[in-house]
Write a protein that binds this ligand. Structure first.
Ligand SMILES: *Cc1c(COP(=O)(O)O)cnc(C)c1O
Length: 389
């Protein structure tokens, strides 16, 4: 491990603060390091392994696809992306989908759709997108600009123009940014990286109304909240909102890189031949994995289990003295603590065999949606022992 750690530092650009552990294999919500030490996983690789590590159906579909056709390019028709597109649009009620390879790329696609929609219709400088303070939309130069956090607006100048920031849950702040140049408003229903902060229902309704009245497109960044994470296939369902464009990534592929831009009737014809594209978009292997994820997760009984597990975690942890608040919806949770820092809790959990994340001041939990009761109990007990220490 010491040797590998040195090699990592030596050969990989040093952009990640890693936990001091090398994870070697996993099954569902349990994984093991290279010395055979066991960990319960409350992270899903940041909301990615929605079906846990190496789900049987997922592994089989991916392996079969690898052995059949791993890639051919978007110049040809293939089966897995067509199947996935049909399933995704049917399950969500959206009209069409564009496949990308990551969350940031999905958001780039959404931004392009929004700007071209406005360009086609108004042919003016109507290209401004309002995002929220404390949001997170990705690491490309444009999605960094979209991200409403000053810490991300350094070094890489010049950033893409045309973003304005409004305060979350403050409709007056949104109204102040509205003028004839605004083409879209983009938000996360729950700010994930920003600290697991859900938007208020009133605010969401009012934003939707403003969009409707002014022909401003609503973009929901569901890269983290989408695909069952909150107990609904899309988090927008909790609020009865159907954004014009929804972006997906993290949990969609179950561990393979894929992103998606869902477009409604109004936005699905904005991009035409040559307007957008990506070499790996709709890759057969990634789509074969995503097909298994959608098959399992779009089942109402599956989503009901997500809600039950989430309620169980909330009920149990709300009795812990050290936990002052539990935020989030479904299996996307943030714990505000009384005396301990999130960082020290995460480090101590790791020692005792539990992987958790942090987001700003909070301990963040994103367990696989398929975590079983035994794994859940084991993980909760470790977390409680650390919090009570
Ligand atoms: C993780 C995340 C992104 C960026 O996704 P990448 O795949 O890392 O590019 C964008 N938006 C939200 C809400 C995210 O949580």
């Amino acid at each position: 491990m010491g040797h590998l750690k040195d090699l990592d530092k030596q050969h990989i650009v040093n952009t990640y603060a890693r936990f001091d552990v090398l994870i070697q294999k996993g099954k569902n919500a349990t994984c093991w390091d290279e010395q055979g030490k066991k960990y319960i996983d409350f992270t899903s690789g940041i909301g990615v392994n929605s079906l846990g590590f190496c789900n049987d159906d997922w592994t089989q579909a991916v392996c079969e696809q690898v052995k059949t056709l791993q890639h051919i390019s978007n110049l040809y028709y293939t089966t897995p992306d067509i199947t996935l597109a049909e399933k995704l649009t049917q399950a969500t009620g959206y009209d069409k989908v564009f496949f990308a390879n990551s969350g940031a790329e999905a958001n780039e696609g959404a931004i392009k759709v929004a700007r071209k929609y406005s360009f086609d219709k108004y042919q003016t400088q109507r290209n401004v997108i309002i995002t929220l303070v404390n949001s997170f939309h990705g690491r490309t130069v444009t999605t960094l600009a979209a991200t409403g956090q000053e810490v991300f607006h350094q070094y890489f100048y010049p950033f893409t123009e045309g973003f304005r920031y409004a305060q979350a849950n403050d409709i007056e702040s949104v109204k102040q940014q509205i003028d004839e140049n605004v083409c879209a408003i983009m938000y996360e229903y729950i700010q994930g990286e920003g600290g697991v902060l859900p938007l208020e229902s009133d605010f969401i309704q009012q934003v939707a109304e403003i969009c409707k009245q002014n022909d401003i497109l609503l973009i929901a960044d569901e890269v983290q909240t989408g695909i069952g994470r909150t107990g609904k296939l899309l988090a927008g369902e909790h609020f009865g909102i159907r954004a014009d464009i929804v972006t997906l990534a993290k949990g969609l592929g179950g561990g393979l890189p894929i992103g998606a831009v869902l477009c409604n009737q109004k936005t699905s014809k904005v991009l035409g031949f040559g307007d957008h594209g990506t070499t790996f978009g709709g890759n057969p292997v990634a789509c074969a994995g995503a097909n298994v994820c959608i098959n399992q997760i779009s089942d109402p009984a599956f989503l009901q289990q997500v809600v039950q597990k989430a309620n169980h975690i909330k009920e149990t942890l709300s009795k812990v003295e050290e936990v002052t608040e539990i935020s989030g919806i479904g299996l996307m949770m943030g714990l505000e603590l009384k005396t301990k820092t999130a960082k020290e809790v995460a480090a101590e959990c790791l020692k005792r065999g539990l992987l958790v994340l942090t987001a700003k001041t909070k301990v963040r939990l994103l367990p696989p949606l398929t975590i079983n009761n035994q794994e859940l109990e084991e993980g909760i007990q470790i977390l409680i022992s650390v919090l009570n220490q």
